[in-house]
Design a protein around this ligand. Structure first.
Ligand code: PEP
Ligand code: MG
Length: 567
């Protein structure tokens, strides 16, 4: 048995698919005249195969994804690109692989040099297509993450957030990686979709082979290669226990979220992609407290258009049927990259050019999203939330851009919710410290503990080496949460929380004690949170909170809360 760190609980049994980064070598070879025809034939066969696959994908998708595939199809059939590549074979007499490498790069370069951001980003598509054509020519195995066999166990050095967003979740029984952290977005997504996940398993991509049978225990981080009947039996028993707990939680599906002594709170879901909405509804989310809109951008190979975004936002609003849907504007940066947005690497990505900072610096990109959200607000109860606000000036600047978008839509006679609410994330200590001031200029707060913790204790959220120091129980973090909630209430606005801490049964008593109004979390944690809240008394929570606020050690706070839970 191998061991790693369990980051998403559950038992998984399936067959391994190893994702290895391919080191590609494209040889440059001269060819004889009589080989030209053969190389041209190979070129067209590879192009046709890629076009065929793209056409097949187009049949099953719509919206943004379909736009992208349509653009890919046009590229793969583009006469300029094909002629450029054919000429390298016919005139310069080079092998087809080299011709594709050079021909596609030349055309991509022309696009890259264009001033228009949209046209420049087409270069990325051309390179993507080049890679797909080369993979065909070189007979490389290419795993299509969005179309996997049932019971697949994904094994990778590291799974990027965008790779995880593409996963065919229904067929994934587990994820094992060499690198990753408990609070990385990949781990959050695995938990959302109830996929057992284990990280920090050295050399696993070389230990496991494609097709091998593996069982994993995401609670304890255990990996069993070709499990024996006894091992399977043991895991099955754990699975049965989990099923019993699940059944117990089902009872809370039809209940309101209210403490024993009558304090009602909102219990909302965090979503990242459209398919997360179904899960939120299934688990009786009372609204969407955080729509991480950046996944829409990450799930795409090109910048999503206003129209494609509008379709997704509208669809979420309609599916939620009049319930609140808080859409957070693009929060890219940190561990979330957009490959088609060619940004310089920041030395400290989490302290760098990201989220609202990047949006305020790229108005066409920001306005495209705001217009799409505003337009969708005519179809449901949509609200807008700005991420990573660190000062009141940023909030004012962002609101000004939103007002400009509203004026544009007014001029075009396009409908939107004229009273759309605008709120902010409180995830930077500076924002918590001036929460009372910020609260006067927005309609709601949502505390992002995932980032608030990392910025308060100066511990990168995904860095395992120092993960012991990353704790919500640190009295400084609790004080900042209190400041945010008190600040909101001083201006009579609602304060929610959409960081992972909102769904931790151990931490919930403090949040109730501090008066948090809305709890938003991955859909998988909803019922457990409701069960926890419905079994608490606000008065007792206030007492334990008062006690905890006097403490100075995170370890002691955690111990005290464990004791409180046990009684
Ligand atoms: C947070 O920081 O707590 C949060 C909810 O945002 P994200 O995890 O997407 O950074
Ligand atoms: Mg955040």
């Amino acid at each position: 048995m191998l061991k790693g760190k369990g980051v998403s609980s559950g038992i998984g049994l399936g067959n391994v698919v190893v994702l290895k980064k391919v080191e590609r070598n494209v040889d440059k070879k001269t060819i004889e005249n009589e080989q030209i025809e053969h190389e041209l034939e190979r070129l067209h066969m590879a192009l046709n195969e890629v076009a065929g696959e793209t056409e097949a994908q187009l049949k099953n998708i719509s919206g943004t994804e379909a736009d992208i595939m349509q653009a890919y199809l046009m590229i793969v059939q583009d006469p300029t690109l094909i002629t450029e590549t054919e000429n390298i074979i016919k005139n310069d007499k080079y092998n087809v692989e080299y011709a594709v490498e050079v021909g596609f790069n030349n055309v991509a370069q022309i696009f890259q040099n264009m001033d228009d951001e949209y046209m420049a980003s087409r270069a990325r598509d051309i390179i993507d297509i080049k890679n797909r054509v080369l993979a065909k020519l070189l007979n490389e195995k290419n795993v299509d993450l969005s179309n996997l066999k049932p019971n697949t166990i994904i094994v990778a050095t590291e799974l990027t957030t965008s790779e995880t967003a593409k996963l065919d979740f229904k067929n994934v029984s587990g994820i094992i990686t060499e690198i990753g952290g408990e609070n990385s977005h990949t781990s959050i997504m695995a938990r959302t979709h109830s996929i057992p996940a284990i990280t920090k398993v050295d050399n696993i991509t070389n230990i496991l082979k494609d097709g091998e049978t593996v069982a994993i225990n995401g609670i304890l981080g255990e990996i069993y290669i070709n499990p024996t009947p006894e091992e399977k039996q043991k895991l099955l028993a754990i699975q049965n226990e989990l099923n019993v707990e699940k059944l117990e939680l089902e009872k809370y599906k039809n209940e309101k979220t209210v403490t024993k002594d009558g304090t009602k709170v909102h219990l909302y879901s965090n979503i990242g992609i459209l398919k997360d909405v179904e899960l939120a509804i299934k688990n009786t989310a009372e609204g969407i407290g955080l729509f991480r809109s950046e996944f829409l951008y990450m799930d795409s190979d090109t910048m999503p258009t206003e129209e494609s975004q509008f379709e997704v936002y509208k669809s979420v609003a309609e599916k939620m049927n009049g319930k609140e849907v808080i859409i957070r504007t693009l929060d890219i940066g940190g561990d979330k990259e957009l490959k088609y947005l060619k940004l310089e690497k920041d030395a400290n990505p989490f302290l760098g050019y990201r989220a609202i900072r990047l949006c305020l610096d790229n108005l066409p990109l920001f306005k495209t999203q705001l217009r799409a959200i505003l337009r969708a607000s005519a179809f449901g109860k949509i609200e807008i939330m700005f991420p990573m606000i660190s000062s009141i000036d940023e909030l004012r600047d962002a609101k000004k851009v939103l007002e400009d978008c509203k004026k544009e839509l007014d001029g075009e006679n396009i409908e939107y919710d004229k009273n759309i609410k605008v709120g902010i994330m409180i995830e930077i200590p500076s924002a918590a410290l001036i929460a009372d001031k910020l609260a006067k200029e927005c309609a709601f707060f949502s505390i992002g503990t995932n980032d608030l913790i990392q910025y308060t204790v100066a511990v990168e959220r995904g860095n395992e080496k120092i993960s012991k120091l990353y704790t919500k129980f640190h009295p400084a973090v609790i004080k900042l949460i209190k400041m945010a909630i008190d600040g909101a209430h001083s201006a009579n606005i609602i304060c929610g929380m959409c960081g992972e801490a909102a769904g931790d049964p151990l931490f919930i008593p403090i949040l109730i004690g501090l008066g948090l109004d809305e709890f938003s979390m991955n859909s998988n944690s909803l019922l457990k949170a409701r069960m926890t809240i419905n079994n608490l008394e606000k008065e007792k929570c206030e007492k334990i909170t008062e006690e905890v606020l006097k403490m100075s050690s995170a370890v002691e706070v955690e111990e005290r809360l464990k004791e409180f839970k046990a009684n």
